[in-house]
Write a protein that binds this ligand. Sequence first.
Ligand SMILES: NC(=O)c1ccc[n+]([C@@H]2O[C@H](COP(=O)([O-])OP(=O)(O)OC[C@H]3O[C@@H](n4cnc5c(N)ncnc54)[C@H](O)[C@@H]3O)[C@@H](O)[C@H]2O)c1
Length: 316
Amino acid sequence: MQPEDKGRVAVVGAGLMGHGIALQFALGGREVWLNDLTEEALRRAAANIRTSLGMLQTVGLVGSDAAERAMDRIHTESSLDKAVSGAGLVIEAVFEDLSLKRGVFKQLDAISAGSSILASNTSSFMTSQLAPGTKRPDKIVVANWWNPPYLLPLVEVVPGPETAGQTVDTLCGILSAIGKSPVVLRKESLGFIGNRMQFALLREAVSIVEQGIASAEDVDTVVKTSFGRRLSVAGPLEVFDVAGWDTITAIVDQLFPEIDRSARTPDVLREMVDRGDLGLKSGKGFYSWTEESAASVRQRIARALATLEGLSRGDA
Ligand SMILES: NC(=O)c1ccc[n+]([C@@H]2O[C@H](COP(=O)([O-])OP(=O)(O)OC[C@H]3O[C@@H](n4cnc5c(N)ncnc54)[C@H](O)[C@@H]3O)[C@@H](O)[C@H]2O)c1
């Protein structure tokens, strides 16, 4: 176990999120060690990083010199010991499986410098569920990034009851320095802030389709052509402050009893999963997917997010 190097970051799990998080740290000037179980997974991650960098260059967010320097700062390493050796910050981004994550945290606790911060990119688990079994609950924290990590600024930082204030301050300082916008929760909550709201919207969207009120395409069109656009520049509480709460509470009186409050996973989703209609990855979900339409939607989302990122940098 080497003493920590404050500048050095390790990312454990090099999948969709891990490769993007590593890229964001590298773009921010940090040396990053990226770990996964196999050399094959690491080769795939390196290829994904090159593709993501290519897209950032195409949209003008990253120059070719900066892209090359970022690539040079990312080191792939299949030995966990070597990957985390000397890292002041370790980000865990393995599958969303609590016992797997607990095992990884236990291992990280045993092999990383005692002063290192161990952060989890979990989408739903709480810090207090991950810390048991480690000797440093004061240095364990959730840091939930959004996909793609190099284009969406938010990182939700969720301290557990035993997480030290110093851990949160240090982590937020590191994240801000690489251009992220950390938001610290005042207390732990399942799903944090973003996923609670995103999944409340999902419940209603599925319910509208299930009740036959509208097609999946029309539900998506409504969001994309109305409040979805507005939400990227003003939050819901800001928007309704502008609208006026007398009007809004009159609408709430009518709508809250009507909209879906079910605590169960909707039948339509269960049936889709049972049929193997998993969405883009299986070729069918609410939409039918081909390789071309999958590439096209990914590109459309990435380009629009890059444009927004460019605009917000221009504002700064
Ligand atoms: N996908 C998203 O949009 C998103 C957004 C925010 C947070 N998250 C969270 O990020 C985490 C990773 O999600 P993802 O979408 O990148 O998953 P993914 O399946 O793309 O990647 C997970 C990677 O972890 C690796 N892995 C598994 N066990 C490992 C171990 N013991 N050591 C090292 N590597 C290991 C796998 O080989 C795989 O490459 C999850 O907790 C997920 O909930 C995902």
